[in-house]
Design a binder for this molecule. Structure first.
Ligand code: PLP
Length: 652
């Protein structure tokens, strides 16, 4: 099976083998508390001191301070708290204190959220203002210069996590030269990718995060310039010279030390020139595979480890799904905003067109990436691009016509499409404004022509003569149930498929009105069955609907006729590796599941059906739908291919 090709290093990285060894050594052997005065403690202290002096050398800490902590979010809190406490002190002593808290418009959310939080907690009532960026994501230095005289704290980042844009730190430093403001520079994405020489700059605070550079999660560092105001975030046993109390995370620090040792004189990391060559290879593969692709930042102003792009007509979720199926793991912007499903505020701040902000995909590699991995990802990008083209999903391509019913969902609203592959005719039932663009895209992609938009509440939406129309292989019949209640019966030429579209009416309202043996499709996207005696459960396997890979294998062994159904979209199915059990799967996207129901529900000897998808969400819905209709032998692979992929693809 395809091994995972992980290209989301700006979110987090794997742990470098040398770092894992150092961590295990600290767990197993060097487990002492660095504050203990016996030999075991002293050995732990030696590790701590050694990592600190290496880090100080690498970052050019000079006579500043460098403390270990849990990561950049903590470092940002500490820096913001320190700066705001010093402003409060100034005020308390009746000294003039500046009133603005400035932060770059594309800053990681940890920065503005911390500013707002501590401003509120300390009751300072300072004004938060964002520093605009230009179309390349660089800070507007003229705007900064205008605000700088009133700024108490200025927060900028060294390089952006979504776009890789490198800030003009020298330029910002020059603007701030005569400003009284304290200056925080978020160096998370710079570590290991850009030269850092802190004491030579005017920077007051610089947070770092270990897990963005092959150290474990929960490790980080904060630099504080000599003489910069400082207030500890955590008090207690006085560790870290009293700057950050709490027993040090020695295993994590030892692992971070191993990463820094590689950075200083190891071979694990590629040079900047090599990383640029790798980026160029990836960009070439993407450009070849995705016609119309827009790269969202200029390459000469960005880290070569980050490629941010958008494809016209292709939502970021679609790219992610197809890439994921091909074994390439990328993200839509930052991990935090990806989880919330929002458009990129970083790209919006740069003034990029809405489609570029909404469709943005971030591919980020770590500086320890090997050329073999880049060659492999380029091949898979081309493979994923071919799947997208075959499905008509990229600009200028079209795919074969569809046949049957397709559910089109936009959030909580749904509509149904009837598509005839012979004539290209298409009918939409209960169209919704929210899904208009999706419907249009499907029609265009598969070369269908819309011949009617039928409403289950408006009999006049029927544009045909009489109450029956034949569209290629499909017959559609209008059934007037009440004044504003219309059902549409759709029957295939083979007479095997009868589906009723009933709007808000449910099966109990329709008894005696609809013919027997129909599958009923509601405007809420739900499916019911009318007078269909669902197959009696024969209990071949487990009764539990959720299977793991072992359960699936057992079921397939006991009942070789088990049907395995991949309910992902067809481009995901095409892009994926179909070895092992997955080679036996048929593809029926969840949105087209209804087409199979009439025949599945009337089988003489119903086999177990197991649904599978990427995360287990779509397969769960499919299995639930069948079970609700009385099909007792419906299962799904819980957690989907993400959890069970290796097992499902392996041959043994
Ligand atoms: N700043 C930037 C630029 C980041 O990319 C991140 C992580 O996504 C953070 C801060 C927060 O870092 P941590 O996960 O170590 O708290």
């Amino acid at each position: 099976m395809n091994t995972d090709l992980y290209f989301d290093s700006n979110a987090t990285t794997p742990v470098l083998p040398a770092a894992a060894d150092a961590l295990m050594d600290a767990l197993n052997t060097n487990f002492g508390n660095p504050s203990s005065s016996h030999s075991v403690g002293l050995r732990a202290r030696a590790v701590l001191d050694d990592v600190r002096s290496r880090a100080s050398r690498l970052l050019g800490v000079g006579d500043g301070k460098l403390m270990f902590n849990s990561g950049a979010t903590e470092g940002i809190q500490t820096a913001v708290l320190s700066a705001l406490c010093s402003i409060r002190e100034k005020r308390e002593h009746g000294l003039p204190a500046e009133s603005l808290l400035l932060y770059g418009a594309t800053e990681h959310k940890a920065v503005p959220e911390s500013l707002a939080h501590w401003n509120r907690v300390l009751g300072l009532d300072l004004e938060l203002r964002s520093i605009p960026v230009d179309q390349h994501g660089r800070h507007d230095l003229a705007a900064l210069a205008r605000m700088a005289p009133d700024a108490a704290l200025v927060c900028t980042m060294a390089a952006n996590n979504e776009t890789g844009v490198i800030s003009d730190i020298k330029g910002i430093g020059a603007v701030l030269e005569h400003s009284p403001a304290l200056w925080l520079v978020d160096c998370v994405q710079a570590l290991g990718k850009l030269p850092v020489d802190l004491a030579r700059t005017r920077i007051d605070y610089a947070p770092f995060s270990g897990h963005k550079l092959y150290a474990p999660k929960g490790t980080g560092m904060l630099y504080v310039r000599a003489g910069a105001p400082y207030t500890p975030l955590m008090m207690g046993g006085g560790q870290e010279d009293g700057l950050r109390s709490g027993t040090e995370n020695l295993p994590g620090i030892a692992a971070l030390g191993a990463v820094l040792a590689e950075l200083e004189n190891g071979t694990a990391f590629r040079t900047r020139a090599e990383l640029t060559e790798m980026r160029n290879m990836v960009v070439a593969a993407l450009s070849y595979s995705l016609p119309g692709i827009a790269f969202n930042t200029p390459f000469d102003k960005s880290l070569s480890t980050t490629v941010n792009f958008s494809v016209p007509g292709l939502a970021s979720g679609q790219v992610l799904d197809v890439f994921d199926a091909a074994g390439i793991h990328v993200s839509a912007g930052s991990a935090c905003s990806a989880a919330k499903g929002l458009g990129s505020y970083v790209l919006q701040s740069m003034g990029l067109p809405e489609w570029q902000c909404e469709n943005a995909v971030r591919l980020s590699l770590g500086p320890a990436t090997e050329f073999d991995t880049i060659n492999a990802v380029c091949k898979r990008i081309i493979h994923a691009g071919a799947a997208l083209r075959e499905c008509g999903l990229v600009a200028g391509t079209s795919s074969e016509r569809l046949d049957g019913i397709k559910l089109v969902s936009a959030g909580d609203t749904h509509c149904w499409l009837l598509l005839d592959s012979d004539t290209g005719a298409a009918v939409v039932i209960d169209p919704r404004a929210e899904s208009h663009a999706q419907v249009e895209a499907i029609l265009k992609r598969h070369q269908h022509t819309l011949v009617a938009e039928l409403s289950t509440t408006d009999a006049d939406s029927w544009p045909f003569d009489g109450d029956t129309v034949v569209l290629g292989q499909w017959q559609v019949k209008r059934l007037l149930v009440g004044i504003a209640a219309i059902c549409y019966l759709v029957e295939g030429r083979d007479k095997q498929t009868t589906l009723a579209f009933t709007g808000s009416l449910r099966v109990p309202d329709l008894k005696g009105i609809l013919p027997d043996h129909v599958v009923v499709c509601g405007q809420d996207g739900e499916i019911e069955a009318m007078s269909i005696a669902a197959p009696v459960p024969v209990s071949h396997g487990a009764t539990e609907m959720h299977l793991d890979a072992r359960g699936l294998r057992q079921l397939m062994r006991e009942y070789p006729g088990t049907m395995l159904v991949d309910v992902r979209e067809s481009c995901e199915h095409r892009a994926s590796d179909r070895e092992g059990l997955m080679g036996q799967a048929i593809n029926l996207p969840l949105s087209q599941l209804v087409n199979a129901l009439p025949s599945w529900l009337t089988q003489e000897d119903p086999p177990p059906i197991v649904f599978v998808c990427r995360s287990g969400r779509r397969s769960d819905r499919a299995a639930r739908c069948l079970r609700r209709l009385g099909y007792g032998e419906a299962y799904h692979v819980a957690g989907g291919l993400a959890m069970e992929g290796q097992d499902l693809h392996s041959r043994t």
